[in-house]
Design a protein around this ligand. Sequence first.
Ligand SMILES: [Zn+2]
Length: 585
Amino acid sequence: MAYVAMARKWRPQSFADMVGQEHIAKTLQNAIEGGRLHHAFLFTGTRGVGKTTSARILARTLNCTGGDPLHPCGQCESCKDIAGGTPMDVFEIDAASNTGVDNIRDVIERVQYPPVIGKYKVFIIDEVHMLTTGAFNALLKTLEEPPEHVIFIFATTEVNKVPQTILSRVQRFDFKRLTVEQIRSRLRYICEQEGINATDEALDIFAEKADGSMRDGLTYFDQAYAFTGNEMNADAVRSVLGIPPVELFFTLISAIEGHDLKGCFKMVDDACKRGIEFTPLLDGFGKFLRNLLYARLDAFTPDALNISEEMFTKYKSVVPELKNGDILRISKLLIDLQGTLRYSTNPRLLVETTFARMAWLDRLTDLRRALAAINDPKSASDEALKKKVTEVQNMLDAEEEAKALQQQDSNPFAALQNGIASGYNGDVYSRYEISAAWGSVKTRIADSGDFAFSVALNDTVLETGDLKATPFPIALTYLGDNASETWGVKQMEEHPEYMERIKQMLEEMLQTQVDLTLKSRAFNESELKIRKQAQMSPYELDLEKEPGLQKLKELFAAELIYSIKSSRPVAPQQAEGCDTTESDE
Ligand SMILES: [Zn+2]
Protein backbone atom coordinates (compact mmCIF):
# COMPACT_ATOMS: atom_id res chain seq x y z
CA MET A 1 0.00 0.00 0.00
CA ALA A 2 1.29 3.40 -0.98
CA TYR A 3 2.45 5.65 1.84
CA VAL A 4 -0.04 8.40 2.53
CA ALA A 5 1.46 11.53 4.09
CA MET A 6 0.28 12.03 7.65
CA ALA A 7 -0.63 15.60 6.80
CA ARG A 8 -3.16 14.29 4.30
CA LYS A 9 -4.25 11.21 6.12
CA TRP A 10 -4.98 13.09 9.34
CA ARG A 11 -6.50 16.16 7.87
CA PRO A 12 -9.58 16.97 9.98
CA GLN A 13 -12.79 15.63 8.49
CA SER A 14 -15.27 17.44 10.69
CA PHE A 15 -15.42 20.43 12.99
CA ALA A 16 -14.99 18.05 15.90
CA ASP A 17 -11.45 17.30 14.63
CA MET A 18 -10.41 20.92 14.25
CA VAL A 19 -7.61 21.61 16.72
CA GLY A 20 -7.27 25.04 18.27
CA GLN A 21 -10.14 26.67 16.38
CA GLU A 22 -12.97 25.54 18.64
CA HIS A 23 -14.36 29.07 18.83
CA ILE A 24 -14.90 29.07 15.07
CA ALA A 25 -16.26 25.55 14.91
CA LYS A 26 -18.77 26.40 17.65
CA THR A 27 -20.03 29.57 15.93
CA LEU A 28 -20.41 27.82 12.59
CA GLN A 29 -22.17 24.86 14.19
CA ASN A 30 -24.61 27.17 15.94
CA ALA A 31 -25.31 28.99 12.70
CA ILE A 32 -25.92 25.75 10.83
CA GLU A 33 -28.16 24.34 13.54
CA GLY A 34 -30.09 27.56 13.89
CA GLY A 35 -30.47 27.93 10.13
CA ARG A 36 -28.98 31.44 10.28
CA LEU A 37 -26.31 30.97 7.72
CA HIS A 38 -24.43 33.91 6.26
CA HIS A 39 -23.82 33.67 2.53
CA ALA A 40 -20.22 34.88 2.68
CA PHE A 41 -17.44 34.05 5.14
CA LEU A 42 -13.94 35.33 5.55
CA PHE A 43 -11.39 33.06 7.26
CA THR A 44 -8.26 34.90 8.29
CA GLY A 45 -5.11 33.78 10.07
CA THR A 46 -1.50 32.81 9.45
CA ARG A 47 -0.61 29.94 7.18
CA GLY A 48 -1.29 26.37 8.16
CA VAL A 49 -3.83 27.03 10.90
CA GLY A 50 -6.73 25.31 9.14
CA LYS A 51 -8.51 27.98 7.10
CA THR A 52 -8.81 26.01 3.86
CA THR A 53 -9.49 22.79 5.73
CA SER A 54 -12.31 24.50 7.64
CA ALA A 55 -13.68 25.89 4.39
CA ARG A 56 -13.80 22.38 2.93
CA ILE A 57 -15.42 20.97 6.06
CA LEU A 58 -18.02 23.71 5.94
CA ALA A 59 -18.71 22.99 2.26
CA ARG A 60 -19.13 19.29 2.99
CA THR A 61 -21.26 19.86 6.08
CA LEU A 62 -23.62 22.19 4.24
CA ASN A 63 -24.23 19.79 1.37
CA CYS A 64 -24.36 16.51 3.27
CA THR A 65 -27.77 14.83 3.25
CA GLY A 66 -26.79 12.31 5.90
CA GLY A 67 -29.04 13.84 8.51
CA ASP A 68 -26.47 15.00 11.07
CA PRO A 69 -26.03 18.71 10.48
CA LEU A 70 -22.64 18.76 12.24
CA HIS A 71 -20.80 15.73 10.91
CA PRO A 72 -20.67 15.01 7.19
CA CYS A 73 -21.61 11.36 6.80
CA GLY A 74 -19.06 10.48 4.13
CA GLN A 75 -21.67 8.18 2.56
CA CYS A 76 -24.18 10.37 0.78
CA GLU A 77 -23.89 11.35 -2.86
CA SER A 78 -22.55 14.82 -2.05
CA CYS A 79 -19.96 13.56 0.43
CA LYS A 80 -18.76 10.97 -2.08
CA ASP A 81 -18.68 13.56 -4.84
CA ILE A 82 -16.53 15.90 -2.76
CA ALA A 83 -14.27 13.09 -1.59
CA GLY A 84 -13.78 12.13 -5.24
CA GLY A 85 -11.65 15.21 -5.80
CA THR A 86 -13.58 16.97 -8.57
CA PRO A 87 -16.78 18.02 -6.84
CA MET A 88 -19.62 19.44 -8.90
CA ASP A 89 -20.87 21.91 -6.30
CA VAL A 90 -17.68 23.05 -4.58
CA PHE A 91 -15.22 25.26 -6.40
CA GLU A 92 -11.80 26.13 -5.09
CA ILE A 93 -10.01 29.08 -6.60
CA ASP A 94 -6.49 30.02 -5.66
CA ALA A 95 -6.46 33.79 -5.99
CA ALA A 96 -2.67 33.80 -5.81
CA SER A 97 -2.57 32.45 -9.37
CA ASN A 98 -5.98 33.62 -10.61
CA THR A 99 -5.95 37.28 -9.74
CA GLY A 100 -7.74 38.87 -12.66
CA VAL A 101 -11.21 40.04 -13.59
CA ASP A 102 -11.62 37.15 -16.07
CA ASN A 103 -11.21 34.57 -13.33
CA ILE A 104 -13.88 36.26 -11.26
CA ARG A 105 -16.20 36.59 -14.29
CA ASP A 106 -15.91 32.83 -14.62
CA VAL A 107 -17.00 32.49 -10.97
CA ILE A 108 -19.91 34.88 -11.44
CA GLU A 109 -20.98 32.94 -14.51
CA ARG A 110 -21.16 29.72 -12.50
CA VAL A 111 -23.02 31.40 -9.65
CA GLN A 112 -26.10 31.63 -11.90
CA TYR A 113 -26.67 27.89 -12.10
CA PRO A 114 -28.19 25.88 -9.25
CA PRO A 115 -26.17 23.15 -7.49
CA VAL A 116 -26.14 19.72 -9.11
CA ILE A 117 -26.12 17.37 -6.12
CA GLY A 118 -26.20 19.28 -2.84
CA LYS A 119 -28.15 22.24 -1.48
CA TYR A 120 -25.44 24.86 -2.08
CA LYS A 121 -22.87 25.88 -4.59
CA VAL A 122 -19.83 26.74 -2.51
CA PHE A 123 -17.03 28.92 -3.82
CA ILE A 124 -13.82 28.81 -1.82
CA ILE A 125 -11.42 31.59 -2.79
CA ASP A 126 -8.03 31.11 -1.20
CA GLU A 127 -5.60 34.02 -0.63
CA VAL A 128 -8.41 36.35 -1.62
CA HIS A 129 -6.30 39.45 -0.87
CA MET A 130 -4.34 38.73 -4.07
CA LEU A 131 -7.29 39.64 -6.32
CA THR A 132 -6.91 42.81 -8.37
CA THR A 133 -9.10 45.83 -7.67
CA GLY A 134 -11.02 45.07 -10.87
CA ALA A 135 -11.64 41.52 -9.73
CA PHE A 136 -12.87 42.71 -6.32
CA ASN A 137 -15.25 45.15 -7.98
CA ALA A 138 -16.60 42.46 -10.27
CA LEU A 139 -17.20 40.26 -7.23
CA LEU A 140 -18.88 42.96 -5.22
CA LYS A 141 -22.24 42.93 -7.04
CA THR A 142 -22.63 39.20 -6.59
CA LEU A 143 -21.72 39.53 -2.94
CA GLU A 144 -24.40 42.18 -2.47
CA GLU A 145 -27.22 40.07 -3.91
CA PRO A 146 -26.15 36.45 -4.12
CA PRO A 147 -28.58 33.74 -5.23
CA GLU A 148 -30.01 31.67 -2.35
CA HIS A 149 -28.00 28.62 -3.29
CA VAL A 150 -24.58 30.28 -3.21
CA ILE A 151 -22.04 30.41 -0.39
CA PHE A 152 -18.71 32.19 -0.63
CA ILE A 153 -15.82 31.29 1.66
CA PHE A 154 -12.79 33.53 1.41
CA ALA A 155 -9.51 32.68 3.06
CA THR A 156 -6.62 35.05 3.55
CA THR A 157 -3.36 35.41 5.42
CA GLU A 158 -3.42 39.19 4.96
CA VAL A 159 -6.80 40.53 5.90
CA ASN A 160 -5.51 44.12 5.88
CA LYS A 161 -5.21 43.87 2.08
CA VAL A 162 -8.87 42.94 1.61
CA PRO A 163 -10.95 46.00 0.64
CA GLN A 164 -13.39 47.38 3.19
CA THR A 165 -16.26 46.94 0.70
CA ILE A 166 -15.67 43.19 0.81
CA LEU A 167 -15.04 43.05 4.56
CA SER A 168 -18.37 44.72 5.28
CA ARG A 169 -20.23 42.02 3.38
CA VAL A 170 -18.76 38.92 4.98
CA GLN A 171 -18.88 37.20 8.33
CA ARG A 172 -15.32 37.21 9.56
CA PHE A 173 -13.58 34.44 11.52
CA ASP A 174 -10.11 34.91 12.96
CA PHE A 175 -8.12 31.70 13.14
CA LYS A 176 -5.63 31.45 15.97
CA ARG A 177 -2.09 30.24 15.77
CA LEU A 178 -1.85 26.89 17.49
CA THR A 179 0.00 26.51 20.75
CA VAL A 180 2.77 23.99 21.26
CA GLU A 181 0.43 22.02 23.53
CA GLN A 182 -2.27 21.83 20.87
CA ILE A 183 0.08 20.67 18.13
CA ARG A 184 1.79 18.23 20.47
CA SER A 185 -1.47 16.68 21.61
CA ARG A 186 -2.71 16.27 18.04
CA LEU A 187 0.59 14.59 17.08
CA ARG A 188 0.31 12.43 20.18
CA TYR A 189 -3.15 11.34 19.02
CA ILE A 190 -1.86 10.50 15.54
CA CYS A 191 1.03 8.50 17.02
CA GLU A 192 -1.41 6.50 19.13
CA GLN A 193 -3.59 5.78 16.11
CA GLU A 194 -0.61 4.85 13.93
CA GLY A 195 1.26 2.84 16.54
CA ILE A 196 4.24 5.20 16.50
CA ASN A 197 6.41 5.27 19.60
CA ALA A 198 7.44 8.90 20.02
CA THR A 199 8.96 10.57 23.08
CA ASP A 200 7.44 13.78 24.46
CA GLU A 201 10.66 15.60 23.67
CA ALA A 202 10.51 14.51 20.04
CA LEU A 203 6.94 15.76 19.68
CA ASP A 204 7.94 19.05 21.32
CA ILE A 205 10.50 19.59 18.57
CA PHE A 206 7.85 19.35 15.85
CA ALA A 207 5.47 21.49 17.83
CA GLU A 208 8.05 24.22 18.42
CA LYS A 209 9.40 24.23 14.89
CA ALA A 210 5.85 24.34 13.52
CA ASP A 211 5.59 27.86 14.95
CA GLY A 212 1.81 27.80 15.33
CA SER A 213 1.04 25.99 12.08
CA MET A 214 -0.48 22.52 12.31
CA ARG A 215 0.24 21.88 8.65
CA ASP A 216 3.95 22.62 9.11
CA GLY A 217 3.99 20.47 12.23
CA LEU A 218 2.60 17.53 10.29
CA THR A 219 5.02 18.10 7.40
CA TYR A 220 8.01 17.94 9.77
CA PHE A 221 6.46 14.91 11.42
CA ASP A 222 6.26 13.22 8.00
CA GLN A 223 9.86 14.10 7.18
CA ALA A 224 11.11 12.60 10.42
CA TYR A 225 8.83 9.57 10.24
CA ALA A 226 10.25 8.61 6.83
CA PHE A 227 13.63 8.42 8.54
CA THR A 228 12.88 7.11 12.02
CA GLY A 229 10.00 4.76 11.39
CA ASN A 230 7.93 3.80 14.40
CA GLU A 231 10.60 4.63 16.99
CA MET A 232 10.95 8.38 17.25
CA ASN A 233 13.35 10.01 19.66
CA ALA A 234 14.47 13.61 20.03
CA ASP A 235 18.03 13.17 18.77
CA ALA A 236 16.95 11.45 15.59
CA VAL A 237 14.27 14.06 14.95
CA ARG A 238 16.70 16.93 15.47
CA SER A 239 19.26 15.44 13.18
CA VAL A 240 16.67 14.90 10.42
CA LEU A 241 15.39 18.46 10.75
CA GLY A 242 18.84 20.01 11.31
CA ILE A 243 17.76 21.58 14.58
CA PRO A 244 20.37 22.45 17.18
CA PRO A 245 19.37 21.03 20.57
CA VAL A 246 18.51 23.76 23.06
CA GLU A 247 21.09 22.23 25.41
CA LEU A 248 23.79 23.63 23.14
CA PHE A 249 22.54 27.13 23.84
CA PHE A 250 22.34 26.57 27.57
CA THR A 251 26.00 25.49 27.36
CA LEU A 252 26.89 28.52 25.27
CA ILE A 253 25.15 31.06 27.48
CA SER A 254 26.82 29.57 30.58
CA ALA A 255 30.20 29.82 28.83
CA ILE A 256 29.44 33.46 27.96
CA GLU A 257 28.44 34.19 31.54
CA GLY A 258 31.64 32.58 32.82
CA HIS A 259 33.91 34.36 30.29
CA ASP A 260 34.82 30.86 29.20
CA LEU A 261 36.32 31.22 25.71
CA LYS A 262 37.21 27.58 25.55
CA GLY A 263 33.59 26.67 26.25
CA CYS A 264 32.44 28.95 23.41
CA PHE A 265 34.82 27.39 20.89
CA LYS A 266 33.87 23.93 22.06
CA MET A 267 30.19 24.64 21.53
CA VAL A 268 30.83 25.68 17.91
CA ASP A 269 32.88 22.55 17.41
CA ASP A 270 30.11 20.47 18.91
CA ALA A 271 27.52 22.01 16.58
CA CYS A 272 29.75 21.42 13.55
CA LYS A 273 30.29 17.79 14.52
CA ARG A 274 26.54 17.30 14.68
CA GLY A 275 26.27 18.67 11.16
CA ILE A 276 24.28 21.73 12.18
CA GLU A 277 24.54 24.60 9.72
CA PHE A 278 25.37 28.07 10.99
CA THR A 279 22.11 29.66 9.86
CA PRO A 280 19.82 27.40 11.93
CA LEU A 281 22.39 27.52 14.73
CA LEU A 282 22.27 31.31 14.94
CA ASP A 283 18.49 31.42 14.40
CA GLY A 284 18.17 28.95 17.24
CA PHE A 285 20.39 31.04 19.48
CA GLY A 286 18.34 34.15 18.65
CA LYS A 287 15.16 32.35 19.64
CA PHE A 288 16.88 31.09 22.77
CA LEU A 289 17.90 34.63 23.80
CA ARG A 290 14.39 35.88 23.18
CA ASN A 291 12.90 33.14 25.33
CA LEU A 292 15.51 33.78 27.99
CA LEU A 293 14.66 37.45 28.18
CA TYR A 294 10.89 36.96 28.03
CA ALA A 295 10.95 34.26 30.68
CA ARG A 296 12.96 36.57 32.96
CA LEU A 297 10.60 39.47 32.43
CA ASP A 298 7.70 37.17 33.29
CA ALA A 299 5.52 39.11 30.89
CA PHE A 300 4.80 35.99 28.86
CA THR A 301 3.39 32.61 29.74
CA PRO A 302 5.17 29.42 28.64
CA ASP A 303 2.26 28.94 26.24
CA ALA A 304 2.80 32.33 24.64
CA LEU A 305 6.45 31.44 24.15
CA ASN A 306 5.57 28.00 22.80
CA ILE A 307 7.72 26.25 25.39
CA SER A 308 6.97 23.78 28.15
CA GLU A 309 6.63 24.71 31.83
CA GLU A 310 9.88 22.92 32.76
CA MET A 311 11.78 24.74 30.03
CA PHE A 312 10.31 28.05 31.16
CA THR A 313 11.55 27.45 34.70
CA LYS A 314 14.96 26.50 33.38
CA TYR A 315 15.18 29.73 31.38
CA LYS A 316 14.28 31.74 34.45
CA SER A 317 16.99 30.28 36.61
CA VAL A 318 19.93 30.01 34.21
CA VAL A 319 22.83 32.55 34.08
CA PRO A 320 21.76 34.77 36.98
CA GLU A 321 24.96 36.82 36.62
CA LEU A 322 23.97 38.10 33.21
CA LYS A 323 21.85 41.25 33.32
CA ASN A 324 18.98 41.82 30.90
CA GLY A 325 21.08 44.56 29.32
CA ASP A 326 23.85 42.01 28.71
CA ILE A 327 21.39 39.74 26.96
CA LEU A 328 20.29 42.61 24.73
CA ARG A 329 23.91 43.37 23.91
CA ILE A 330 24.52 39.72 23.09
CA SER A 331 21.44 39.82 20.85
CA LYS A 332 22.82 42.87 19.08
CA LEU A 333 26.12 41.09 18.40
CA LEU A 334 24.16 38.08 17.16
CA ILE A 335 22.00 40.14 14.78
CA ASP A 336 25.12 41.80 13.38
CA LEU A 337 26.70 38.40 12.94
CA GLN A 338 23.66 37.07 11.09
CA GLY A 339 23.85 40.06 8.75
CA THR A 340 27.53 39.58 7.90
CA LEU A 341 27.79 35.80 7.95
CA ARG A 342 26.84 35.15 4.35
CA TYR A 343 29.52 37.52 3.06
CA SER A 344 32.18 35.85 5.11
CA THR A 345 34.80 33.63 3.52
CA ASN A 346 35.37 31.93 6.87
CA PRO A 347 31.97 31.75 8.57
CA ARG A 348 33.14 29.43 11.32
CA LEU A 349 35.86 31.79 12.46
CA LEU A 350 33.45 34.72 12.36
CA VAL A 351 30.99 32.81 14.56
CA GLU A 352 33.75 31.85 17.00
CA THR A 353 35.08 35.40 17.21
CA THR A 354 31.62 36.76 17.88
CA PHE A 355 30.93 34.22 20.59
CA ALA A 356 34.29 35.13 22.14
CA ARG A 357 33.23 38.79 22.09
CA MET A 358 29.97 37.89 23.79
CA ALA A 359 31.92 36.13 26.50
CA TRP A 360 34.08 39.20 27.06
CA LEU A 361 31.35 41.72 26.53
CA ASP A 362 31.85 43.72 29.71
CA ARG A 363 35.64 43.82 29.40
CA LEU A 364 36.17 43.88 25.69
CA THR A 365 39.49 45.65 25.86
CA ASP A 366 40.78 42.62 27.73
CA LEU A 367 39.76 40.10 25.11
CA ARG A 368 43.25 40.05 23.63
CA ARG A 369 44.75 39.51 27.03
CA ALA A 370 42.34 36.63 27.64
CA LEU A 371 43.28 35.07 24.34
CA ALA A 372 46.97 35.54 25.07
CA ALA A 373 46.57 33.82 28.44
CA ILE A 374 45.03 30.77 26.82
CA ASN A 375 47.79 30.77 24.23
CA ASP A 376 50.51 30.97 26.86
CA PRO A 377 52.65 27.82 26.42
CA LYS A 378 52.86 27.55 30.21
CA SER A 379 49.13 27.52 30.84
CA ALA A 380 47.66 25.73 27.86
CA SER A 381 48.28 22.22 26.71
CA ASP A 382 45.46 21.87 24.20
CA GLU A 383 47.04 22.32 20.77
CA ALA A 384 43.74 22.62 18.92
CA LEU A 385 42.60 25.32 21.32
CA LYS A 386 45.84 27.26 20.94
CA LYS A 387 45.46 27.16 17.18
CA LYS A 388 41.90 28.44 17.53
CA VAL A 389 43.04 31.30 19.74
CA THR A 390 45.69 32.33 17.22
CA GLU A 391 43.05 32.34 14.49
CA VAL A 392 40.75 34.56 16.52
CA GLN A 393 43.64 36.90 17.33
CA ASN A 394 44.46 37.16 13.63
CA MET A 395 40.84 37.90 12.86
CA LEU A 396 40.80 40.71 15.44
CA ASP A 397 43.97 42.12 13.85
CA ALA A 398 42.42 42.02 10.40
CA GLU A 399 39.29 43.74 11.65
CA GLU A 400 41.26 46.48 13.32
CA GLU A 401 43.26 47.06 10.19
CA ALA A 402 40.10 47.34 8.14
CA LYS A 403 38.64 49.75 10.68
CA ALA A 404 41.72 51.94 10.63
CA LEU A 405 41.47 52.13 6.85
CA GLN A 406 37.85 53.07 7.04
CA GLN A 407 38.47 55.78 9.58
CA GLN A 408 40.85 57.46 7.16
CA ASP A 409 37.87 57.83 4.91
CA SER A 410 36.46 61.29 5.44
CA ASN A 411 32.93 60.12 4.74
CA PRO A 412 31.28 60.18 8.16
CA PHE A 413 28.74 57.58 7.09
CA ALA A 414 31.53 55.06 6.56
CA ALA A 415 32.18 55.18 10.28
CA LEU A 416 28.48 54.75 10.93
CA GLN A 417 28.22 51.80 8.55
CA ASN A 418 31.29 50.32 10.10
CA GLY A 419 29.67 50.62 13.49
CA ILE A 420 26.54 48.91 12.29
CA ALA A 421 28.31 46.20 10.33
CA SER A 422 30.69 45.05 13.01
CA GLY A 423 28.62 45.63 16.11
CA TYR A 424 31.27 46.69 18.51
CA ASN A 425 33.56 49.11 16.75
CA GLY A 426 36.40 49.49 19.16
CA ASP A 427 36.49 52.58 21.27
CA VAL A 428 35.52 55.10 18.66
CA TYR A 429 32.04 56.37 17.94
CA SER A 430 31.04 58.95 15.41
CA ARG A 431 28.76 61.78 16.41
CA TYR A 432 26.20 60.39 13.97
CA GLU A 433 25.94 57.23 16.02
CA ILE A 434 25.54 59.21 19.20
CA SER A 435 22.82 61.42 17.79
CA ALA A 436 21.07 58.38 16.31
CA ALA A 437 21.31 56.66 19.70
CA TRP A 438 19.93 59.74 21.45
CA GLY A 439 16.99 59.81 19.03
CA SER A 440 16.14 56.20 19.84
CA VAL A 441 16.55 56.75 23.57
CA LYS A 442 14.08 59.63 23.47
CA THR A 443 11.64 57.62 21.37
CA ARG A 444 11.84 54.71 23.77
CA ILE A 445 11.19 56.96 26.74
CA ALA A 446 8.25 58.58 24.96
CA ASP A 447 6.89 55.13 24.09
CA SER A 448 7.24 53.99 27.68
CA GLY A 449 4.45 56.39 28.57
CA ASP A 450 6.47 58.27 31.19
CA PHE A 451 5.24 61.66 30.12
CA ALA A 452 7.16 63.83 32.60
CA PHE A 453 10.42 62.05 31.84
CA SER A 454 9.85 62.41 28.11
CA VAL A 455 9.00 66.13 28.28
CA ALA A 456 11.95 66.78 30.58
CA LEU A 457 14.25 65.89 27.69
CA ASN A 458 13.06 68.72 25.43
CA ASP A 459 15.81 71.08 24.29
CA THR A 460 18.60 68.66 25.07
CA VAL A 461 21.54 67.40 23.09
CA LEU A 462 24.24 64.87 23.89
CA GLU A 463 27.75 66.23 24.01
CA THR A 464 30.70 63.87 24.01
CA GLY A 465 34.12 64.17 25.50
CA ASP A 466 37.20 62.19 24.55
CA LEU A 467 36.02 59.62 22.02
CA LYS A 468 38.66 57.14 23.10
CA ALA A 469 38.11 57.40 26.85
CA THR A 470 36.61 54.54 28.86
CA PRO A 471 34.03 54.92 30.27
CA PHE A 472 32.85 57.05 27.42
CA PRO A 473 32.10 60.60 28.65
CA ILE A 474 28.71 61.89 27.53
CA ALA A 475 27.00 65.02 28.83
CA LEU A 476 23.23 65.35 28.70
CA THR A 477 23.17 69.05 27.89
CA TYR A 478 20.30 71.52 28.32
CA LEU A 479 20.50 74.46 25.94
CA GLY A 480 19.18 77.98 26.32
CA ASP A 481 19.39 81.11 28.41
CA ASN A 482 19.24 80.20 32.07
CA ALA A 483 19.09 76.57 30.99
CA SER A 484 20.12 75.43 34.44
CA GLU A 485 16.93 76.95 35.88
CA THR A 486 14.53 75.14 33.58
CA TRP A 487 11.91 72.64 34.60
CA GLY A 488 13.65 69.90 32.63
CA VAL A 489 16.91 70.25 34.55
CA LYS A 490 15.03 70.30 37.86
CA GLN A 491 13.24 67.09 36.87
CA MET A 492 16.53 65.41 36.09
CA GLU A 493 18.01 66.54 39.38
CA GLU A 494 15.00 65.36 41.36
CA HIS A 495 14.92 61.99 39.59
CA PRO A 496 18.36 60.39 39.61
CA GLU A 497 16.73 57.24 38.22
CA TYR A 498 16.11 59.14 34.95
CA MET A 499 19.84 59.61 34.47
CA GLU A 500 20.43 55.98 35.35
CA ARG A 501 17.89 54.79 32.75
CA ILE A 502 19.39 56.97 30.04
CA LYS A 503 22.84 55.72 30.92
CA GLN A 504 21.71 52.10 30.66
CA MET A 505 20.05 52.64 27.30
CA LEU A 506 23.10 54.42 25.88
CA GLU A 507 25.35 51.65 27.12
CA GLU A 508 23.15 49.10 25.41
CA MET A 509 23.17 50.97 22.13
CA LEU A 510 26.80 52.03 22.06
CA GLN A 511 27.99 48.81 23.64
CA THR A 512 30.40 50.44 26.00
CA GLN A 513 30.38 51.85 29.50
CA VAL A 514 29.15 55.42 29.61
CA ASP A 515 29.96 58.18 32.09
CA LEU A 516 26.82 60.31 31.88
CA THR A 517 26.73 63.80 33.36
CA LEU A 518 24.15 66.58 33.44
CA LYS A 519 25.11 69.93 31.93
CA SER A 520 23.45 73.19 30.93
CA ARG A 521 24.70 76.06 28.85
CA ALA A 522 23.55 78.92 26.60
CA PHE A 523 23.34 78.41 22.84
CA ASN A 524 26.54 79.06 20.96
CA GLU A 525 26.63 81.22 17.84
CA SER A 526 26.04 78.52 15.25
CA GLU A 527 23.23 76.98 17.31
CA LEU A 528 21.58 80.38 17.61
CA LYS A 529 21.74 80.76 13.85
CA ILE A 530 20.22 77.33 13.25
CA ARG A 531 17.49 78.05 15.79
CA LYS A 532 16.71 81.37 14.24
CA GLN A 533 16.46 79.80 10.79
CA ALA A 534 14.22 77.06 12.11
CA GLN A 535 11.79 79.65 13.41
CA MET A 536 11.76 81.69 10.19
CA SER A 537 9.08 81.44 7.55
CA PRO A 538 10.13 80.34 4.07
CA TYR A 539 9.85 83.97 2.92
CA GLU A 540 12.15 85.17 5.64
CA LEU A 541 14.61 82.47 4.68
CA ASP A 542 14.50 83.69 1.10
CA LEU A 543 15.24 87.21 2.32
CA GLU A 544 18.17 85.90 4.27
CA LYS A 545 19.55 84.06 1.29
CA GLU A 546 19.02 86.78 -1.31
CA PRO A 547 21.00 89.94 -0.53
CA GLY A 548 19.25 91.69 -3.44
CA LEU A 549 15.84 91.23 -1.89
CA GLN A 550 17.16 92.44 1.43
CA LYS A 551 18.43 95.64 -0.22
CA LEU A 552 15.09 96.23 -1.95
CA LYS A 553 13.27 95.72 1.30
CA GLU A 554 15.41 98.32 3.03
CA LEU A 555 15.25 100.77 0.11
CA PHE A 556 11.48 100.84 -0.08
CA ALA A 557 10.80 100.01 3.57
CA ALA A 558 8.89 97.12 2.04
CA GLU A 559 7.72 93.79 3.39
CA LEU A 560 8.07 90.51 1.58
CA ILE A 561 4.72 88.78 1.41
CA TYR A 562 5.32 86.30 -1.38
CA SER A 563 8.27 84.84 -3.26
CA ILE A 564 8.49 82.45 -6.17
CA LYS A 565 11.46 80.67 -7.72
CA SER A 566 12.18 81.60 -11.34
CA SER A 567 11.90 78.59 -13.59
CA ARG A 568 14.43 80.08 -16.02
CA PRO A 569 17.88 81.29 -15.07
CA VAL A 570 17.74 85.04 -14.52
CA ALA A 571 19.56 86.96 -17.28
CA PRO A 572 22.01 89.68 -16.13
CA GLN A 573 19.96 92.61 -17.54
CA GLN A 574 16.84 91.41 -15.73
CA ALA A 575 18.71 91.01 -12.50
CA GLU A 576 20.35 94.38 -12.83
CA GLY A 577 17.79 96.39 -10.96
CA CYS A 578 17.69 93.97 -8.09
CA ASP A 579 21.33 93.59 -7.46
CA THR A 580 22.82 96.96 -6.63
CA THR A 581 26.01 95.54 -5.23
CA GLU A 582 27.20 93.97 -8.47
CA SER A 583 26.66 95.96 -11.61
CA ASP A 584 27.98 95.01 -15.04
CA GLU A 585 27.92 98.60 -16.42
ZN1 LIG B 1 -22.84 13.14 3.58
